[in-house]
Design a protein around this ligand. Sequence first.
Ligand SMILES: [Zn+2]
Length: 509
Amino acid sequence: MTVPLALVTGSVLAVAPVDPAAAAVGLGLRVAAAASQGTNWRAELAADLAGLSGEKALSVRVGGNVAADTVILPASLELTADTTIVASQIVAGSSTVKVLSHGYTLRLYPVSSLRSGAVSDLVTIDHSGAAGRAGVEGADGLYGEPGADGDDGDFPDGDEESCWDDPSGYPGEWGEPGEDGGNGAQASPGGAGGGIVLDIPDGSTNSYRLIANGGNGGQGGAGGNGGDGGWGGDGGDANDYNGPFPYLIACYWNGGDAGWGGDGGQGGDGGAGGNGGAGGNITVTYPNTYDPASIDARSAGGSRGAGGAYGLGGEGGLPGEPGEGEDGDGWPGGAGFFGEDGQDGDQGQAGQPGRVNLTRRAIKDGFPGHDKAKELLNSTPCKNLITGNNPPEGQDAAAVLQDVMFITYSQPHPTSPTALAAASVGANGQRFVDFYPGYIFASGNTIYGLLAPGARLSRPLTAEEVQALALLHEIAHHTGTNNHPEGDPGREFNLGILNTCLGVTATFP
Ligand SMILES: [Zn+2]
């Protein structure tokens, strides 16, 4: 089949220009994927990385993939999406870059440097969640209106001498109750810390402070105080009549009762405190030669917000004065009851801390136990043990040791916290040996934990020998010859390594 040639007239075919935005997306995805697999993306994608060009000063809001020769971070950055930055050099325009996360992750992949444009060689990326807002306070209740005073007693005109009417004083009205205080509003939760991924380049002498703390929960709003009850009204006085002397006709009557004071209003409840935000996850890989003490990674959960304070109940109103009368004063009223106090608001929950993983991009030569393990594999019985008794099914132990990548973790294995090391395989088939703090800090005595209590050795082991044993144990998982059950340190296989590779015998009581 022949492909017809397109007829081109009057124009020159040109290679379509590469869309820089699309190229950045592709490169960001490939770098992030390769880095998460533990592959050396700087070497593997060297051809693409060589094409990085130009200088890009980021504006405050950024999201997605950014790629350039030099990327300059502003003092404050707001993410609108997960953001991946790939650049030959990433320069922090100020010593601290404050990032507003909105829950998105910031990934920084500097090929050769991530440094501060300021004099300091400390770069701080603060990706903490925002603090929750405090709840609004409840409004105080209004005072109760006082009761009206009772009218004084009265005679209709000319009736005084008959004493026929009742000119007692009128009672005072009760005071109105005070209004209840309003409840305080619930505070808002602290924002989650944003995730930070940083791959520190070889030769870096910078220190990094990476902060992904959750925001603190806000304090609940205080409850409003209840309003005081209104005062009771005074009773009216009786209109007592003393007739003119000497025809002494007297009409004596009672004073009006005093009005009771109104009850105090109830205090409002405090609002609930906000929950602390979760800390973001921080994942840092650093070169073999880099001192991880130069990485200060913080990912605490936000503190819980305190509940709002309760509102006080209002005071009861005082009673009015009873009215007076010759035949007796009115009944005194009583004070209103105190309003009940409100309840304190519940405190929020503290935020969960994030996970911090500082992983060394380990170079095997010089790695603890590696050189010793390599040396031990020069012995044929040892190599056969690790390779397996049936070489076509096993894989050559020395070749596997050369092929695996070493990853060191700063935190213990999530489900087997006492594990020294583990064998794992990445999605692309890359084999890893994962090392945990127990491996790095192993001593000669660590061997007893790998055997059984009370074991006695024909000679003591060095830390290096224990590390070599643990490494060969993991290599034997990769060759397929070490298949001990989960939750078992693999004692039988360890005894074999001890005997065959290190020439040490163990006896048990
Ligand atoms: Zn094992």
